[in-house]
Design a protein around this ligand. Structure first.
Ligand code: ZN
Ligand code: FE
Length: 251
């Protein structure tokens, strides 16, 4: 069972409760107070998973660890940047938390050590600031090519995989997709869905990979219509991606 915990202005932390072994895990605890409101119902917190080192994803690490004696898991590359880290994860590693198992997908670009957590049996992935619903993270520490390759790794997961990302950026991402992919009929349905959820104060998360492949412009860099709109008919997919990422930075 996953509880979505809204934090700060637009972050999401996620609590995973695995009932058989009663294991409680939180992904990217952003703010102590908001996270602890949910964690304290379970009276325990076994694990903290961090997708990357940014403060809005690790902000509650130390306070939660202190209160619940949790183990903190993150990328070995970020061993000096993730507060309180205990267990260093490497690319493709499989890791058990209670009866659940996830695979570490190495997705650099937003940061050098960014990872995603893929639960293959449950078909759930926590993507942090790499893949958002209808968007992707800014490229801060890596190259555009790295980010493009990272998104392609996520794109290869099973289509019915549920995507839990780090921020509620869906509506503004939608406006960007619409601006450069106006003929996409799937975007129209998506808009209705987004508005319904936001009007009733619900997260637009999770999305699914198949929905994202149909609507998220950053996963559609090979689409002839989009390439045409950008005037990049003969460009490679990664060139199209780089152009879109630059346009989005100033959108
Ligand atoms: Zn970030
Ligand atoms: Fe973030």
């Amino acid at each position: 069972m996953i509880e979505i915990i809204p934090c700060l202005s637009d972050n999401y932390s996620y609590l995973i409760h695995e009932k058989i072994s009663n294991t409680v895990t939180i992904v990217d605890p952003s703010e102590f107070k908001a996270c602890d409101e949910v964690v304290k119902k379970y009276k325990k917190l076994n694990f903290i998973l961090n997708t990357h080192h940014h403060a809005d994803h690790v902000g509650a690490n130390l306070e939660l660890k202190k209160k619940y004696n949790s183990k903190i898991l993150g990328s070995n590359i970020d061993k000096d940047r993730i507060p309180g880290i205990d267990i260093l994860l490497i690319e493709n590693q499989k890791q058990k938390i209670g009866n659940l198992e996830f695979e570490v997908i190495f997705v650099p670009g937003h940061t050098k050590g960014h990872i995603a957590f893929f639960f293959s049996k449950e078909k759930i992935v926590f993507t942090g600031d790499t893949l958002f619903s209808l968007g992707c993270g800014r490229v801060f520490e890596g190259t555009h090519e790295e980010m493009f390759n990272s998104l392609n790794k996520i794109k290869k997961l099973p289509p019915d995989t549920k995507i839990y990302c780090g921020h509620e950026y869906t509506e503004s991402n939608f406006n960007f997709c619409l601006a450069y992919d106006p003929k996409n009929i799937f975007l129209k349905d998506k808009k209705i869905d987004i508005q319904k959820k936001l009007e009733s104060n619900q997260p637009t998360i999770p999305s699914t990979l198949s929905q994202e492949i149909k609507t998220n412009i950053f996963l559609r860099c090979n689409d002839p219509q989009i390439k045409h709109t950008l005037g990049l008919k003969d460009s490679s997919e990664v060139e199209v991606f780089s152009k879109l990422r630059d346009l989005k930075d100033s959108f």
